[in-house]
Design a protein around this ligand. Sequence first.
Ligand SMILES: Cc1ncc(C[n+]2csc(CCOP(=O)(O)OP(=O)(O)O)c2C)c(N)n1
Length: 685
Amino acid sequence: MATDLDQLSINTIRTLSMDAVQAANSGHPGTPMGLAPVAYGIWQWNLRYDPDAPLWPNRDRFVLSNGHASMLLYSMLHLVGIKDVDGNHPRQERDGLAVSLDDIKHFRQLGSRTPGHPEYRLTAGVESTTGPLGQGVATSVGMAAAGRWLAARFNRPGFDLFDYRVYVLCSDGDLMEGVGSEAASLAGHLRLPNLCWIYDNNRVSLAGPTEVTFSEDVAARFRAYGWNVAHVADANDLEALQRAFETFQRTTDRPTLIVVDSHIGYGAPTKQDTFRAHGEPLGEDEVRAAKRAYGWPEDAHFLVPDGVYEHFQAGVGARGRELRAAWDTKFQDYHAEFPELTEQLDDIIGGTLPDGWDRDLPSFPADAKGIATRDSAGAVLNALAKNVPWLLGGSADLDPSTKTFLAEAGDFAADNPGGRNVHFGVREHGMSAFVNGLAVSKLRPYGATFLIFSDYAKPAIRLSALMEIPSTFIFTHDSIGLGEDGPTHQPIEQLASLRAVPGLVTIRPADANEAVEAWRVIMQLRDRPAVLVLTRQAVPTFDRSVYASATGLARGAYVLAEADGGEPEVLLLATGSEVQLCVTAYEQLKNEGIRARVVSMPSWELFEEQDQAYRDAVLPPGIAARVSVEQAATMGWDRYVGPRGQMIGMRSFGASAPIKDLLPHFGFTPEHVVTVAKAVIARAQ
Ligand SMILES: Cc1ncc(C[n+]2csc(CCOP(=O)(O)OP(=O)(O)O)c2C)c(N)n1
């Protein structure tokens, strides 16, 4: 039965949200007002969460996928009293700070912990960055899958270490977005029973009523996906809500969608049920009137009535503390019985790699015919997977092409949740967000597809960089070199776009040994995602006794082949499959007595992070004759090539033809590199 304290707490959530938006003169008040009882019911009566230990590994997760309603989350985090997160962020002291009342008063202000949309690792208790609609729900599928995986791997009779659930609030926008559909389809297929989406069916979106845009039967759609669907006809009916949550908790064979009919701007006399309650402050008069409707003192701002904090402590706080303490004891006993598994868990929780993680990394002998980097990288991935049991992932229906299947690691499936090969199906958007969900769950995940379809993965890649998590995205078929599939499949502008993402490390190895070093770098990243860009076609494995060691990759760019007998006359810069063109051109130039230097530049980002002395040593400022070679848009290369150099790149979408015809057609031959090199040398003099 709902008590006065329940109602008081719910209205506190509402009024804090309204006041914060009003003070900021910006934000989204209506959804927190409508959903306050739902958030309250989840946290106070269901969530297994210790406010003192926001990183407790078996905590239930709460994700606000409709991130615009951030004040709903901040109000909850504040009232529940979630403490600072002492995480293991390599570059920051803390992994998220508690939300004080003062932070709520500084909603959306510079440097606050209460930004416009919730940001992972900034605010304690935020499980995932949300705001781009659809991403939160899609990420939650990976979080739920991680829970299932951890349970399968680590639970033992009498030791249910992992049985956490993932609760997700979402809105019309989340379910209109395609990524939401991909994610729901996949979650239904995987029959994830620990996943619950609560759909805010308020019939209003940003620009108007949803009858203008969204008329499908959502419940029927989710049933067809294989979900369990419950309906709550009134968001204020706490008992009906609780029955629905209990239905979810009892369901063991599929995910649950709870459709909750709610009123956006609940209690606001002129704005309730209209889009005007969605994304702008209500206005002082409307706020006062809404407070009146709640029986709230109209002149009070940021009021937390007596007893409300204590009420949350007695509810979610007491339950969470008890559960966590019991778990800690259990984990100690587990340690005694299963020391090896405990060691693995310690690494997972701490974000560290196990001893010997790189001991099976291969080394590839020189080979003129060579091997595609998708193949060499696939071999490296499998060598790593042997020693890092929580390295897992898959592709969007492209395993035979991306070479990302893990041998003898089993398939992740409803009836085998401990498997490590995730079959994402043709769902790149969903896959990439799922990968982020695994990463925020501390596993080491990857997702793979063709580089051209990185565009379909991009929103999640961007969020992984913003969240500072070590997701790895593997993109093969990385250039026009893929041949006959033609311009629809030939990536042109994708590299430039990936290189523009702050924090993301993009690596395009030139040969098999650079692929080894690329993975060595990627595995050691703890707080940033990586993109690994690989060829479909074979590339020669360079003779490293003649050319420099591939370990130079770790510095982003390195001198692969040095000019003999004095300062280079020309610098040849390239990545990936084009490095071989520069090496052949270098040999030809050498035969003609021209001093060239080949710089392999697999990762611009890593190179930019080197000190000036190293960068100047690789690219001496005094040498203006420079040529870049990359089968992609040239955007960005001008930074390295300078005003007197020349870029050999792509200015069209490519063409459908065998690679042997494409390369000369677009100027990717050693002869063309030689010609251009001579021209820039002449120009530079
Ligand atoms: C991918 C994406 N597109 C557009 C937006 C801008 N936007 C924010 S909320 C919203 C729609 C709001 O409607 P709904 O999802 O029903 O949320 P409610 O108003 O009910 O809270 C839009 C279009 C966004 N945040 N993300």
